[in-house]
Design a protein around this ligand. Sequence first.
Ligand SMILES: [Zn+2]
Length: 247
Amino acid sequence: MQEKINLLEKAQRIDLEIDSIEEEKLYYPLEIEKVGREVQAGEKELEAIDSELSEMEITKKATTDDIAVCVERVRRGEERLNIVKNEKELNAITKEINAAKKEKVNKENELVKLRGRIDEKSGVKTEKEEGVLQRQANIKGLEKEFEEKKYKWAETLSRLQDERSVIVNELPPAVVKRYDSIREKRQGIAVVKVKHGACQGCYMSIPPQLYIQIMKGSSELIFCPHCHRILYFEHTDKEEQRQKEPA
Ligand SMILES: [Zn+2]
């Protein structure tokens, strides 16, 4: 039983290493895809900002033209003041000049506000552009890392698979089958210690009789009655350590 447990424990350590590599292999494409979506969203936002900016530029041009028209109206009015014939005409011209001046001030205020909004939008645009560029660089980095790691993963996986085969070949096929099926159902952990009378897989208490059986050692594998994982007693580790320590 102890021999089987040792082998299963070794197999589990290898399997967990394999699992973590498989997880890492999945991480890269997912992350690249996620950042890719962020780039797309950023580009879409930039398109919207560009169209807002070009609309604002059109309004800015129109407002600038309006101001020029007002200036011209004032100039012509003032010209006509030199050749004014009567008071009625004078009043009309003065009224027109004042109206043009007032409109010019309004348009100038509008223009100031518009310039402020354009500056603000341009700032947002720059920020978004930097974000997109940074994410694009991030993708390139991830792709490079992924390519580099592929070889290392393949190498490590093949070594681990070899090690696993050696161990598995020493175990009865029924035990391996059981171990694999527990691992599949229990997040990759099939073999666990019993500590302070509790299974370290599900942390539930082990019935006293079973606990004694585990402590004494049994020729059969013992399973946790709650999570069905394979149990072993932890004092074996300490004993092993004691044996290894120099006398
Ligand atoms: Zn358990």
